[in-house]
Design a binder for this molecule. Structure first.
Ligand SMILES: CC(C)(COP(=O)(O)OP(=O)(O)OC[C@H]1O[C@@H](n2cnc3c(N)ncnc32)[C@H](O)[C@@H]1OP(=O)(O)O)[C@@H](O)C(=O)NCCC(=O)NCCS
Ligand SMILES: [Zn+2]
Length: 220
């Protein structure tokens, strides 16, 4: 089962979010939704629990996207957009090759996963289980000087900040690496926290169509 949350923040209108949990085993529809290459990729995980997590999330992703496109889940073809940093397509943002107007982003943490879908915006999502983190390392390696000051006053917000940054970097399509310190100052990105209760932290970032200033909002 998935739990759906439409983002209330006006800057993120047109994004739907689906939170779900890995099932104990793949169901028949999930197995059928996957392609041979999906099954191959799942088989490459060393731990069977990780294979199940990835495969069940992938099946749901295929089903959600296929419903929008009007095709069978196992007929969707995924590819990669060019990485905005180096231009290579080996590690850029995942795209649906046959429906380039449809954007999505996926994140997993433990048995939970979050899928964001939009035909209005390129987007990125991140999901993390609430847990203690090394705030000093986040501050030192990933934060601007302003964010470092905020973290000194409020060290408990380290993981929240990290989740926002990872969502923003995924919306940009380059993943972690250079740019992480200042990504939340990018005026072309809008970033919103998404509330799924106290044990999960989530954020969604979109590339604003009008280039308006980035905002951070909270949705219930
Ligand atoms: C993208 C990245 C942040 C995801 O981190 P993660 O720990 O795997 O975390 P999540 O579970 O939240 O996200 C996984 C999803 O990220 C997505 N993803 C991968 N690369 C992405 C990118 N460049 N942009 C946006 N999303 C990306 C995929 O959909 C993946 O799901 P999948 O495994 O089902 O395909 C991380 O893999 C990363 O930074 N990769 C490095 C990219 C790179 O090589 N950069 C060098 C630039 S020159
Ligand atoms: Zn690159």
């Amino acid at each position: 089962m998935t739990r759906r949350a439409d983002i209330a923040s006006p800057s993120l209108a047109g994004v739907s979010l689906h939170l779900g949990r890995t099932s104990r085993a793949l169901t028949t529809w999930q197995r059928d939704a996957l392609t041979a290459s999906d099954h191959d990729r799942a088989a490459r995980y060393r731990r069977s629990a990780d294979a199940l997590r990835w495969a069940s999330r992938r099946a749901v992703l295929r089903r959600l996207l296929a419903a929008r496109v009007g095709t069978a889940p196992n007929r969707l073809e995924f590819g990669r957009a060019p990485c905005p940093r180096c231009g290579r397509t080996s590690h850029g943002r995942p795209v649906v090759v046959t429906a380039p107007w449809l954007h999505f982003s996926v994140s997993g943490s433990g048995d939970h996963w979050l899928i964001g879908i939009s035909s209005a915006h390129v987007l990125g999502v991140d999901l993390e289980r609430a847990r203690p983190v090394d705030v000093d390392a986040i501050s030192r390696l990933a934060c601007s000087s302003t964010e470092q000051r905020v973290l000194r006053l409020s060290p408990g917000s380290g993981l929240r900040l990290w989740v926002r940054k990872e969502a923003a970097l995924k919306a940009r399509g380059c993943g972690l690496g250079s740019g992480i310190r200042t990504v939340l100052e990018d005026p072309t990105l809008s970033v919103a926290d998404v509330n799924f209760g106290p044990t999960l932290l989530a954020a969604c970032a979109v590339v604003a169509a009008d280039g308006s200033a980035a905002r951070v909002g909270q949705t219930g």
